[in-house]
Structure formats: C-alpha cells, structure tokens
Write a protein that binds this ligand. Structure first.
Ligand code: ZN
Length: 673
C-alpha cells in the first residue's frame, strides 16, 4: 500500500517558496532569483539500467498444498457478496493439528472491531462515513477428511490473541472433531455472506465501483518448524489492525463471480472461461496458481486497455488496465509507468505470471487506491494529472514493486511489515530515479554534495522529508505495536527504504543488487523473515554490514550525526582547533567527516567506534568548513541541517536557509502537492 505520511510544513509562505523553487527548476525563473548563495544546482544524467538478473524463477512446477475454489454472487443493491469456498488443504505440518484458523477480514468494518478502535474509522487520510460499516458472516462450515463429512459450524469461535477485544471478529478458530494428521488432505466448505462497506480502507464500494479485497474467509498462514525462526509449527495468528496488512500461504485459485450484466470485471490471474450470461446476470471465471490472495474489482465504467511488456530476461506480461471512462486520456501514462516498473524490477529476477491487472478507481473511491494484491494493483489517477508531477506514476510503480516483495517473496506483513513496504519503497525509488531522471537535483556546498534530492522523483530526499524527530519506534516491530499510524508509515516505508539506500551507498550498488536478487530468487514463494534477509547481507557484503543493518532495524530512535562545537585551543607553540562530531541519535554507522581548509582542500576521516562523540584536532590553519557524511551515504540521517559547519557565519546562514527551503519543497512533494 502507499503511505500518506503527514509532513509538518505548511503555510502560504512555504507554498510560495515551493512554487518558486519548482518553477526555477523547470526553467521558468532564473535560479539567481533565490537565496541559494554558495550552491550549485545541477541536473544529473540518467542512471544506466542494471543488467537483468540472469537466473529465471518461473512458477514452481509442483502444485500448492492449498486450493481455493470459490463461487460467489455480488448484489449491487446491498453491496453484499454471498459465496461458497471449497478449500482443499494437504496439511504440511509434522504434528497432528486439532484446529483451523480463519481470517474474516470484513469484520474489521464492524463498529467495535479492533481495527475501528485503533483507527477511529480513519485510514490513511480517508474517513468512514456514518453507516459505512461492513461485515462477514460464516453461515456454514463442513470439514471432510478421514472419509467423513462433519458440520463444524458450531465449532467456530472468534479469537483475539493480540488485544483480547471480545468484540473483534476478524480471526476465528475452528476446532476439528479429530486431529488432522501430517500429509492428510482436508476438504473444507465454507458458506459466507460479506457486506462490503463504502470504500475508505482498501475494500468496498463507491456507487457502481466495487473493490473486493479480503472478501472471502481465508485460511490463516501455517508456518512450519524453523520457518521465520519458529520453535513450534502452527498458524500465524493475528487479528486485523489499523496498522497492518496481510499474510497468507500460496494457493491455487479458481473463482467464479456472478453479477449483473454490464459490469466489467478485473481480477487476480487470468480469465479462464468465457463469461456465461443468464437472465440479466453474467458469471465470469478467473484463476491463478501460486498466489496468496485473490482480489477482484468491477465497474460498468471500466474501459480495458492492454499492453504486452517483455522485461529483460523475462517472459511476456500482459498489463491489463481497467481504466475509468473519464480517465481514458491517462491510459498510456498509466501503462507506461507499470511497464517501467516491470522493466526495473527485472533487475531482481523475472516476474513469473502472465498478467498484471491494474485497477483505476474512480475519483470518489480514493480509499481503494494505492493497494497491492497478487497480480492486481490499484492506482490513484486524477482526471487531469499534472504532467510535471510524479503522480500517479509513483503509486503505480510502488504497487507494481509490491508484486515482488509482497506478492512473490510474501513476507509476514503483520510482524515484519518493513520487509515488504521497505523493499517496495526502496525499489520504487530506484525505478523512479531512472524513469524520471530529468528532475533530479544535487545541491553542493564547497563542491561537496550536501543534498542529493530529487524534487519530483521520490527518492532518498523525498523519503526523508516525511521523517520527524519524534519517531521512537524501531523499524522492525509488530505492525499494531507502533506508537501511531504516522510512526508505522514513517518507519516501515520511509526509514526502511532509507536504511536500504544507506546500506547500498556503504557497500555499493552491485552488492546491493546481488543481495536483492538472491533474496528474490532464493525466497520466492517461501515466506522469509528478517533474519533470512540479514543472512544474505552477510553472505554478499560481510558480517559487519549485516550487523549494522540489523542495528538500524531493531534500535528505537534515529540516526543523527552532527558537527558539534569547533573551538580554537591554545597550545604552547602553535594554535590548534578541535572539531567535535556528535552522534545525537541512538543508531550508529560508520561516518565520514570532511574538514575543509583555506585552500579548499578537504581532509577526510572515517569515524566508526560507536561512541557518542569524537574530537578531531587541527593545527596551524583554522578550518573553513566541516561536513559530516559529505558523500551523503547515510540517507537514514534524520537531520542533515546539523551536518555542516562553516567559519563564515553568513554562509552558514545561507546554507541553513537553503536547506530549509529544500526541506519545505520535499515536504510539500511528500504530501502530493
Ligand atoms: Zn506499499
């Protein structure tokens, strides 16, 4: 999903500044109009495409142990879905199992759910209206194994392992009459009735538009011994929270949806049979192997645009854009962005599915936008997107990147959201750098790049713009334990992406690509955890790099290096100066310090002992300027305003002013200005 972190820079004055700077960047005003003093602004050349990862990883030849066959009917008048799931599960555990666990996600939209209590009916800037609730009722469950079919409907009980909220019905256990044995096949039939809310949080309706996400009862993810460090096999049991997304095992899906004629339906996977029409209704059928969820969307106003993309080293992918009728003039732009994403993602490995479906929600359903499902993403395109803006391209690229980390690697979004959102946000930045390179801007101070911040492409500068010094949470944390929605978004998206950028700049792009492509090829379809990722860092870039990254993930607090006091000290013979560099945040990193003398020459030092401060002594000549992290490797550094010192205080004021202006611009961009 796309985060919408709030950025605390808003005033008429700042907006005016933002407009001025932006206009200067695009050449409508001379740069000299602005107080940029010592700075050079330069447009950087596009970054060359990385070589595609050579090893192919198509869908596994074996079938999944889990199989969903779903038949359902959608009733537009009541926004209800009545359906039946026939589920076959070859039990993968090593010990007998005496219960099942089901996610009943639409119950998050019931008034007293944990999701409602935590979110107060607000989700990422969108608010539920009066009566915009939804729910799911399981009306009948039949379990068939050992040659016997048993009605287990009454054995369903709601469970609340995370917060003991008795009113939360998003997770249920079903006790089995007899234990299921390892390797045994269970057939489960679940009849259900879902009522979709008016959409404000991913799933729901808006007029004729339907976005059906997490709309059927889903078996909870079963984890084997040793998987993600588990000491005992079992289901991964979590309710649905305001700050969490999803986790499920891979399955084969065969889904039939009946709804009135006139609707156009886009869904996970491919259409596997022609629509069957009968008495004003149509039944469409979609299927896909090796996906861990199935979503569909319908709207009579959809216009279908397709484009076949063959990413380097991969197989052809049909991108299917279900475009709103009044957005058709944006269809090429939307398809271009998704094609660029697929081509960029090929650096990590091949996309193994034949389709990628893009749903374009109408303007009155923004809560459905910016979301990922297997082989299906939702965008967020306005009627008249600004040609110079990175939206809606950024959202589409972000959601397409999810296909790799959420869709194929499929990490646990309840407990380790950073693994998906962080890698996705990082990949989004890498792709945007290449897709919209023309607006990338570097700001230099004494010839040393202080900020390397794109105003329009969403890369490290933009990710950093949303950071606040108030964030105390570690990046890796159970999603519902973050202090706030803001802290969750800033940590698992922005700080995680900045940590990955920092790692890349310390170890080099080549090693970083090797880490990500190995992670992708080794762990696709296997649900890895953070430690599996860290092991690959150690393998490709050494133990110290893995330990450093682990510390960034697990330490509450910020990374913040700063220039402390610079003083002249009296020594018996020659004058000397001491320069103190401070580590003001809890996080540590190897940091470079450049001390610039009168002749403009820089002496560079590396400080890496993890202490709170370090003093450097300079004799004979006074320093003209001091810059911490002059190569801007540590993009995770929360405050770059304190990374420099200049002898000439006027120039320091100019620097501070210009950096403030730059951060205002970033802030405005981050809220989609
Ligand atoms: Zn996302």
């Amino acid at each position: 999903m796309v985060a919408r972190p709030r950025v605390p820079y808003f005033s008429f004055f700042s907006i005016t500044l933002f407009l001025s700077i932006t206009l200067s960047v695009i050449g409508l005003f001379p740069i000299g109009f602005f107080p940029i003093g010592l700075f050079q602004l330069e447009l950087l050349a596009p970054i060359s495409l990385p070589a595609a990862y050579a090893e192919k990883s198509p869908l596994p030849a074996s079938s999944t142990p889990l199989d969903y066959r779903i038949q359902c009917r959608y009733f537009p008048e009541t926004t209800a879905i009545a359906g039946r799931v026939d589920l076959t599960w070859r039990f993968p555990g090593a010990q007998p199992l005496d219960h099942l666990a089901l996610h009943l996600y639409p119950n998050a939209f019931r008034p007293d759910s944990t999701f409602q209590k935590e979110s107060s009916g607000r989700h990422r800037g969108y608010t539920a209206g009066q009566g915009d609730d939804g729910e799911m009722e399981v009306t009948r469950i039949t379990a068939n194994y050992d040659g016997q079919s048993v009605d287990v409907t009454k054995a369903l009980r709601y469970i609340q392992p995370d917060d003991n909220n008795p009113d939360d019905k998003t997770l249920a256990a079903v006790d089995l009459p007899r234990p299921l044995r390892p390797g045994q096949t269970l057939e489960l039939t679940i009849e259900f009735h879902t009522r979709l809310p008016r959409v404000y949080a991913r799933s729901g309706t808006a007029g004729p538009f339907v976005m059906a996400g997490q709309w059927y009862p889903k078996l909870a993810a079963f984890e084997r011994y040793g998987q993600r460090g588990r000491t005992q096999e079992g289901f991964n049991l979590h309710q649905f929270h305001a700050n969490s997304e999803f986790y499920a095992n891979f399955a084969n899906y065969d889904v039939q949806i009946t709804l009135p004629k006139g609707y156009t339906v886009g869904a996970t996977g491919q259409e596997t049979a022609p629509p069957v029409e009968q008495e004003g209704l149509q039944t469409v059928r979609f299927g896909q192997a090796w996906v861990h969820d199935f979503a569909w969307s319908a709207d009579p106003r959809f216009r279908l645009f397709t484009r076949t993309v063959t990413p380097q080293g991969g197989r052809p992918v049909e991108v299917r854009l279900y475009c709103q009728k009044d957005h058709v003039h944006t269809a090429d732009r939307q398809l271009d962005a998704v094609a660029a994403a697929l081509e960029g993602l090929a650096a990590y490995g091949p996309y193994p599915y034949a389709t990628l479906t893009v749903i374009d929600p109408p303007n009155d359903a923004p809560g459905a936008g910016g979301m990922e499902y297997p082989t299906l993403i939702t965008g967020g395109t306005p009627n008249f997107p600004d040609e110079r803006s990175a939206e809606p391209d950024r959202v589409l690229i972000h959601e397409a990147a999810h296909q790799y980390w959420y869709g194929l690697v499929a990490s646990n979004e309840f407990e380790e959201a950073w693994l998906d959102e962080g890698l996705t946000t990082y990949a989004e930045g890498k792709i945007l750098e290449r897709y919209k390179p023309d607006t990338r801007i570097s700001v230099r101070f004494f010839g040393i790049p202080l900020l390397d911040q794109p105003l329009r492409d969403g890369c490290p500068g933009l990710f950093r713009a949303a950071l606040g010094p108030w964030v105390p949470d570690p990046i890796r944390l159970d999603s519902w334990k973050f202090a706030s929605e803001q802290s969750y978004a800033v940590s698992v998206y922005n700080r995680a992406a900045l940590a990955l950028y920092s790692l890349e700049r310390l170890i080099g792009e080549e090693k970083m690509r090797a880490i990500l492509s190995t992670y992708f090829s080794r762990w696709s379809f296997r649900h890895p955890g953070t430690n599996d990722f860290l092991r690959i860092i150690a393998e490709k870039a050494g133990d110290p790099a893995a330990k450093l990254f682990q510390q960034w993930l697990s330490t509450p607090g910020a990374l913040d290096y700063a220039v402390g006091p610079v003083r002249m000290v009296n020594t018996p013979d020659v004058p000397a100066w001491t320069i103190r560099i401070d580590r003001r945040g809890e996080l540590r990193a190897p940091v470079e310090v450049a001390i610039i003398g009168k002749d403009g020459q820089a002496q560079r030092f590396l400080w890496d002992d993890g202490e709170r401060y370090k003093e450097f002594t300079l004799s004979n000549a006074a320093p003209e300027a001091v810059v911490v992290d002059p190569g801007e490797k540590l993009t995770l550094d929360i405050n770059r305003l304190n990374n420099y010192w200049a002898k000439e205080q006027n120039s320091a004021a100019a620097v501070r002013w210009s950096l403030f202006v730059a951060s205002v611009c970033q802030g405005l961009m981050a809220v989609g200005f």
